[in-house]
Design a protein. Structure first.
Length: 81
């Protein structure tokens, strides 16, 4: 499967993950993510797969925080990144 950097960037952006490239090194992270959540790889395929996994994991975290707050009637803010 041939993929371009631009195509991967578009897919990850829609999922809430940003990708940047310096030389051959790709860096993925959440929008406004700190360095401790960043992931580095030289493989564009791995960057795409890991970025989508990060986004999926973040979605589960938000959903579980909402589910826990639903029973209390209190508003809970979940901030990632």
């Amino acid at each position: 499967m041939d993929m371009t950097y631009k195509a991967v960037q578009d897919v990850l952006r829609k999922a809430g993950v940003v990708i940047s490239k310096k030389g051959e090194l790709h860096r993925i992270n959440f929008f406004s993510g700190l360095e401790n959540t960043a992931y580095y790889t030289t493989s564009l395929q791995e960057a795409r797969d890991r970025g989508l996994a990060m986004a999926k994991g973040a979605g589960r975290l938000r959903a579980s925080a909402f589910a826990k707050s639903a029973g209390t009637g209190r508003r809970v803010s979940t901030h990632l990144g």
